[in-house]
Structure formats: structure tokens, C-alpha cells
Design a protein. Structure first.
Length: 110
């Protein structure tokens, strides 16, 4: 089984940390896909360090933009990663653009 964990903002990193740790503990095949919505050290990297999480396997680097721009870039880039990885499941946290794009991109690989 392959798991693609999708995150991209500070709250998502914090909330998905237990899922990532459990995947590690169980020795599951997983990857972390970072949307790149939060990219400064204070809003991103510090949480990976303090929570002792592995670095993302993929970073979409969407950066700043309005809701529509970010969602569109995430959807376009996420689709390519999901098509290549073909995960069995792709958990993601609720907020905003990453969730919107994840909901739309996930059915495309099925």
C-alpha cells in the first residue's frame, strides 16, 4: 500500500504529524507532498524540525497568490505527482486550497 500525505500550511503540518509518525512506526510506504503554500522558515521548516518530521518528498512550490491561483497551481501540479505515485490513499487536512485541490485531484488517478 502506498500513502501520499498532502500538506502545505502550518496547521496541516502540525495536524498530520501524528499520521506521519504512525506511518514511520508501522514501516508503511508513504510520501509527503508539500504544496508550498507556507514556505518561510517560521511558517514551515521550523515545524518539520521541531516535530522531527522527514522532509517532503515533493514540493509543489506554489507560493503566494489568491485562492483561485493557488488552488489551480496545486491541482495542476498535484495531479502529476499523484499520477506518478499512484497512491492507494491520500490523507490531507481540511483547510483551504490544498484540500480543495486534493479533493479534485484524487479522483483523477482512480
Amino acid at each position: 500500500m502506498t500513502i501520499a500525505i498532502i500538506l502545505g500550511t502550518r496547521p496541516e503540518i502540525i495536524k498530520m504529524a501524528p499520521v506521519i509518525r504512525e506511518c514511520q512506526r508501522r514501516g508503511l510506504n508513504f510520501c509527503i507532498i508539500h504544496t508550498g503554500q507556507h514556505y518561510s522558515y517560521q511558517m514551515d521548516r521550523i515545524f518539520f524540525e521541531q516535530l522531527e518530521l522527514p522532509q517532503p518528498d515533493h514540493n509543489l512550490d506554489v507560493g503566494s497568490g489568491n485562492h483561485g491561483e493557488q488552488t489551480g497551481r496545486i491541482l495542476a501540479d498535484l495531479e502529476g505527482v499523484l499520477m506518478a505515485k499512484r497512491p492507494d490513499i491520500a490523507p490531507f487536512e481540511q483547510p483551504l486550497q490544498g484540500c480543495n485541490a486534493g479533493n479534485r485531484g484524487w479522483p483523477l488517478i482512480g
